[in-house]
Design a protein around this ligand. Structure first.
Ligand code: ZN
Length: 284
């Protein structure tokens, strides 16, 4: 199953890429708010199995918004790929390095993103969205708590991040538009049915058509189940929470010389089995 946010309304995607408006197709049983569906995830999944897909309609790419527009909590993991830790000059972490991206920075999978004053960098990331919340979730049960996977960019202002030692993460990664997610939320069974392993997805991004990041999620130091187990050992996870799972090598700050996004640059972000996002950067 795939769901999306079309101009602020929850839609169920058909295999042909059409979108079924959930509120009208369910006669109001489920609301239009894309964020609200995670509170009734199991019930929604059951309904979706018999939804009247023949009422689905085309959706313009430009109408897609963040599939999690207002997550209750946002977790992000730093230095979660060995090659990225090396290019950043850090030791491999023994525990997940967790920070947040503030929810006001969320945006959809297409459109313009306004550059912040500092050096703006890209970070392709797999994003897990929590369906069933909880605390003390065991690693071997963790996937069952995931509603699905989507794609994210952890856009980062490196000047704000490294303004003074020690580096800090949340603010420099939370300018408006710095957390695009989408294009769809894809369930694990949908990925498997299409021949994809949720633990081994290929992902990457391109700047103006030039590939800068390309890796596989099997290269993560801490897998999605491990991250969920470690987070929920401390925090109560809530339906609709979002977990950015870290970025592989190839970020601009790791290049020689460093390279950052400029006005007019186009960033294309992709993940097998999930889809693609396209953004253009503009100056203020
Ligand atoms: Zn990141």
């Amino acid at each position: 199953m795939r769901i999306a946010n079309a101009a602020g309304r929850l839609v169920l995607m058909t295999p042909d890429g059409l979108g079924l408006d959930v509120e009208s197709a369910s006669d109001g049983r489920f609301g239009a708010d894309p964020q609200g569906v995670y509170d009734r995830w199991d019930e929604f999944r059951t309904w979706a199995d018999t939804a009247p897909l023949d009422a689905a309609e085309p959706i313009a790419d430009g109408d897609l918004r963040a599939v999690t527009p207002r997550p209750p909590q946002v977790f992000a993991v730093g230095l979660n790929y060995r090659d990225h830790a090396a290019e950043s000059g850090f030791e491999l972490p023994a525990e997940p390095l967790v920070f947040t991206k503030y929810a006001s920075s969320f945006t959809g999978p297409t459109g313009d993103i306004t550059l912040s004053p500092g050096d703006v960098d890209w970070e392709v990331e797999l994003v897990a969205v929590i369906g069933t919340g909880g605390r003390a979730i065991a690693e071997d049960r963790a996937w069952a708590h995931v509603a699905g996977l989507t794609l994210g960019q952890d856009i980062s202002d490196r000047v704000a991040q490294f303004a003074a030692p020690p580096p800090q993460f949340g603010l420099g990664k939370s300018y408006p538009g710095f957390s695009p997610v989408g294009p769809h939320l894809v369930t694990l069974d949908e990925l498997r049915d299409n021949g994809h392993d949720p633990d081994d997805l290929e992902l990457g991004c391109l700047v103006n058509g030039e590939s800068v990041q390309k890796s596989r999620t099997s290269e993560m130091i801490f897998t999605v189940p491990v991250i969920i187990a470690r987070l929920s050992a401390i925090v109560t996870l809530l339906p609709g929470d979002v977990v950015f799972t870290g970025t592989p090598a190839g970020v601009g700050v790791g290049m020689t010389p460093p390279r950052f996004l400029q006005a007019g640059d186009e960033l294309t972000t992709w993940c097998t089995g999930i889809g693609e996002m396209r953004h253009r950067f503009v100056s203020t």
